[in-house]
Design a protein around this ligand. Structure first.
Ligand code: HAM
Length: 448
């Protein structure tokens, strides 16, 4: 007797779906990706406040707004931000398009702004060109307090003028932003990291100092010694900090030009009575800086950096333009807002509506919507609860909002072309013709 033949089940050749499997009836619960978050309505007033002050000052300091794309050619950041920086090595969000382009979500504004300066021939505009941007940036960092994967900066660049007064003017502008926001205790730390003339000599000295004691360095610093020795100053490890404290300081090895530039910056800061702290270990994590570098931090140990910048006289040329000096700074908006909240700094309230529209029935609801727009177009701020069905619940909402008057349009009023004006404090009501409501409201609110 022959054995029954085994049934051969052919494996399906359908490719695996990239979508998560969903069991029938099960709902997938989506969450924002790690390190990014929603800015909810209750927080918008902080954002408005920061944006408003930054924009007002940008305008007063004669900056023009520039919006560059959120993604750019990956090479722009490799060259501009610097191939050996943490940003490029570890933190960039890169992707290939269907057409094969290799792009990156911008991790900072500066390279994109300089690309635009070169590409749009801004060298022919009156110099310096002063550009201001505000918007989101992306860095794949380890999420922690004050460090996000999508965050926002305000950014200023002054391109085409080598004078130290430009460095100082930016510092003054950012100091003023903190002052206007009511944030006290912000410390300016400043240093000069020289230029291609003097820095190579200093780097050699630094490397030879560290080489002699490289065994005492942590594993990351041993790597930094090979790739980016100035970044050895950034390490938080105690043994590396101790070595850094005795290391030669760049400020002692500046060429005459860098020395004089820095001297002038500091003298101007003194003149403007802007306090600063010289920090010989401040080098900043971006490759393009030359001469002045600076950071704003809240006073106290381990405080987080709120804004940072510096001069970058080589970047325009590096990205294909002609040799052009430039200086810039950026501030982190999330970090600034967290200070506003932590210090309970008062944010001016938005002007609340004084009028509430109450309605009942379909005809009244339609007429209310029309009236809402008429009132708005006459400059009157109005609140409504068109989706609430009962007059009682709408009046409750009006009361909660603290409006002066409620305009009540019931079914009867809607048919008779009238409307009730209710004084919310006294509860007194009067009925007026519908077409007179705006005049009557203005009279009641003592508006012209
Ligand atoms: P940066 O120091 O890399 O400089 O960033 C400026 C500010 O952005 C920081 O001081 C910080 O407040 C904020 N920030 C940076 N990373 C994060 C993050 N992961 N989460 C939240 N906030 C963050 C630059 O970006 C330079 N492009 C500044 C500049 C302009 N230099 C010359 N011109």
């Amino acid at each position: 007797m022959s054995r029954p033949k085994k049934k051969i089940i052919k494996k399906s050749s359908t490719p695996k779906s990239p979508l998560p499997r969903q069991r029938a009836g099960r709902r997938i619960k989506f969450q924002a990706p790690k390190g990014v978050f929603d800015i909810l309505p209750r927080d918008q007033r902080y954002w408005e406040r920061v944006r408003k002050i930054v924009k007002q000052l940008a305008n007063a300091y004669r900056f023009s707004v520039i919006d560059t794309p959120i993604f750019e050619d990956v090479q722009l950041f490799m060259k501009g931000t610097g191939a050996s920086t943490d940003i490029v090595q570890k933190e960039m969000y890169t992707f290939r398009t269907k057409g094969g382009d290799h792009l990156a979500l911008r991790p900072e504004f500066t390279p994109g702004v300089i690309r635009a300066y070169i590409g749009h021939g801004m060298k022919n505009w009156p110099q310096p060109v002063k550009l201001f941007s505000i918007g989101p940036l992306f860095r794949h960092e380890k999420p922690q307090a004050g460090r996000f994967r999508q965050f926002h900066q305000f950014n200023f660049e002054v391109i085409g003028d080598a004078a130290p007064i430009n460095d100082v003017s930016l510092i003054q502008l950012v100091s003023l932003i903190f002052k206007k926001l009511g944030i006290k205790g912000v410390i300016l730390q400043i240093n000069s990291i020289g230029c291609p003339e003097c820095r190579p000599n200093y780097k050699e000295l630094l490397v030879s100092y560290y080489r002699k004691q490289s065994r005492k360095l942590c594993r990351f610093c041993r790597e930094r010694l090979k790739t980016n020795p100035l970044r050895l100053f950034d390490c938080k490890e105690e043994k590396c900090r101790q070595l850094a404290n005795n290391a030669p300081q760049v400020i002692d090895y500046l060429c005459d030009e860098c020395h004089n530039h820095f001297k002038e910056v500091l003298e101007s800061l003194d003149e403007l009575e802007i306090p600063y702290m010289l920090n010989p270990h401040l080098v900043r994590g971006l490759d393009y800086y030359t001469k002045t570098v600076f950071e704003f931090k809240l006073e106290g140990p381990n405080s987080i950096e709120l804004a940072g910048g510096g001069r970058y006289n080589g970047l325009v040329e590096l990205l294909g333009g002609r040799s052009t000096p430039a200086v810039g700074v950026a501030g982190g908006i999330e970090r600034i807002i967290s200070i506003l909240k932590a210090k309970d700094i008062k944010i001016p309230q938005e002007v609340l509506p004084k009028i509430f529209l109450v309605q009942l029935g379909d005809l009244a609801r339609r007429k209310s919507l029309k009236l809402f727009e008429e009132l708005r177009s006459k400059g009157l701020k109005v609140a409504e609860a068109l989706s609430k069905p009962s007059i009682k619940s709408q009046l409750k909402a009006a009361d909660k909002l603290g409006v002066d008057i409620a305009l009540i349009l019931g079914q009867k009023e809607a048919l008779e072309n009238s409307i009730i004006i209710r004084d919310m404090k006294s509860g007194a009501q009067e009925t007026v013709p519908f077409n007179k409501v705006i005049i009557e409201v203005k009279k009641k609110l003592k508006l012209k």
